[in-house]
Design a protein. Sequence first.
Length: 350
Amino acid sequence: MKPFLALSLCLIAGGTALQTDYSKPRSLRIESELTMSNEIVEMSMERDGEPVDMPNMGGGSETTYSMVFVDELLESKDNTPKKLKRHFEKVGGKATMSMGDQSNDSEIESPFEGAVVVMDGTGDELKFEFESGSEPDHEEALKNHKLTLSLDGLLPDGEVEKDASWDLEKDAILAALGLDMTRTYFPPPQRDSAGGGEGGGRGRGMRGMGRMGAGPLGQAEWEGKAKLISLEEELDGEKVAKVEIKIEAKGTMEDPQMGGGGRRQRMLEPTAVLPETTYSAEGEGFLYFSVADKRPVKFELEGKSETESNREMTRQESTMKMHSKSAGKFSIKVGIAKEEAKAESKEEKK
């Protein structure tokens, strides 16, 4: 066997490492867009075995979260980032809610918009310094932040060959979809204690519904599979590895209307409530990884979901049963590109 051919076979047999390189400082621009829509497709109610008329009770929602930020790696050790400066250029979104014949559009704002944050440390021991902007004061503002890329959890451990596959964990899927950060970057709006007119009250309520975070998708028990289907794919003139991603989830979840307190809870105290909510979701997409630059460059995935809820409520001598079914869609688009270093001005050099 010729030496060159033998070397080539050894390289192929050895596989390819698909892990992000954090060994040296560099800046990356990350752009992401997460869209989730949901529509009520079935709804019925019975009182003491008799159907209850429910006119104009259909509805739906669509929420889009958009982000653009630049990660400037400042320090690392053993290929693990230790200090990072994150420039939040754009953090916002929009929500559309419909109920019956009413529709409401609203913009979603974030306290992180325009902020520049230096994060130092690892894991849950991160320290935060806001160089620009103010530290948000909501409860989850400093939770779930990581110095690594959100797509790293989709990558395999060690070297892999073409057609190799590996399992994906729940936390890795949530991070890749951006579902772990919705309540961090987009906190629910504070309730307005003022009364307001009938129309204004409806508007505030619908806007609040549009900012309920990740919803059922964020609570789902995700699992998935990744498969390396090509090492010779071309993307924007660059040779990349193409990884197929398939995810799914199904199960039961806590009824969101059972939490909290206040007037609603007091109203339900004498009532026996037997909620049962089931969900299912699945999605497929592709991750592209630059072998030469050692980092993810693109991730796109689309999916669908379904939620079904049955409730039985008894008050005094009357029993009410309610059934609803919702169908939804979701998609995530992530692009990661090198951010060229800005040339220093003469004043900055002094």
